[in-house]
Write a protein that binds this ligand. Structure first.
Ligand code: ATP
Length: 254
């Protein structure tokens, strides 16, 4: 991949860097955030220690994965970022759909294809020295999903061979443009501008789901979509409960 080509194919005005190999693009941008003059996209050809939520790991390969992070500064405190990971999911899903592949969203922050995880999103934050907060938005997107990787994951996962055939710099530029437009909209209008769009693509709307905390079921109900703060609305025997995205995992009830 080539940073100049990505920047030339993008309308976002965001600076772009490409590295051959690194542990985690999120870790790299968090380490640099205090010194950044503006938004920066860091793409790794190969990421060797990708991170998920709560210390989980994200697997990728040099040939079959896209791994990148985007550093973006927002005005206000951390509460200005409520719902941001879900808005990123909407941006990714809308961009991938526009490229011809239909995908769905799983609360809080996964993109699914045919029920399996296609992309993961990890947002990490840091106070900006001059005020506001830096969000480092990490994205791992499977282009190919070889059997060997599914075996390592211990569960099925999805790829998008159709997008794997696209020229990589053009694909990254399209994803960057979708993300940058969504981030500008999010800064201006908050998650309220995205909730209906999220619900349109909700993978498990109306299905019975369980919430897991450390592997234990803590809640069960019908998934009723998200509200304007990005909380999952769960219809339980005790009524409708809004669920905050803490360290809980959502599963369809077996
Ligand atoms: P869960 O999917 O269990 O609800 P989560 O949404 O918190 O968890 P993330 O933290 O976003 O998941 O991603 C980490 C998890 O994703 C890992 O625990 C692993 O199960 C799965 N995973 C890791 N690499 C990949 C990949 N390339 N494709 C699909 N799934 C992956």
């Amino acid at each position: 991949m080539n940073a100049a080509h990505i920047a030339a194919r993008s309308r976002s005005g965001v600076a772009v860097e490409v590295v051959g190999e690194t542990g985690s693009t999120n870790a790299d941008l968090l380490a640099r955030a205090a010194g950044l003059a503006g938004p920066l996209l860091l793409v790794a050809e190969h990421q060797t220690a990708g991170r998920g939520r709560a210390g989980r790991s994200w697997l990728s390969s040099a040939e079959g994965s896209l791994t990148f992070s985007l550093a973006w500064r927002f005005e206000g405190g951390p509460q200005a970022l409520t719902g941001l990971p879900l808005a990123i999911g909407v941006a990714l899903a809308e961009t991938i759909s526009a490229l011809g592949v239909q995908v769905q969203l799983k609360w809080p922050n996964d993109v699914l294809k045919d029920g399996d995880k296609l992309a993961g999103i990890l947002v990490e934050t840091q106070n900006a020295p001059g005020g506001g907060v830096w969000a480092v938005i990490g994205i791992g997107l499977n282009l190919l999903m070889p059997d060997e990787m599914e075996a390592r994951l211990g569960r099925s996962a999805a790829g998008v061979p159709w997008l794997a055939r696209m020229e990589r710099d053009t694909l990254v530029a399209a994803l960057l443009d979708g993300l940058a437009a969504a981030l500008r909209e999010f800064a201006a209008r908050g998650f309220g501008a995205f909730s209906a769009r999220w619900n349109l693509r909700h993978a498990w709307q109306g299905e019975t789901v369980v919430l897991l905390d450390a592997g234990k079921v803590v809640q069960e109900g019908l998934a009723a979509g998200v509200d304007d703060s990005g909380r999952l609305l769960l219809d339980t025997v005790d009524g409708r409960m809004p669920v905050l995205a803490g360290d809980v995992s959502l599963r369809v009830k077996a």
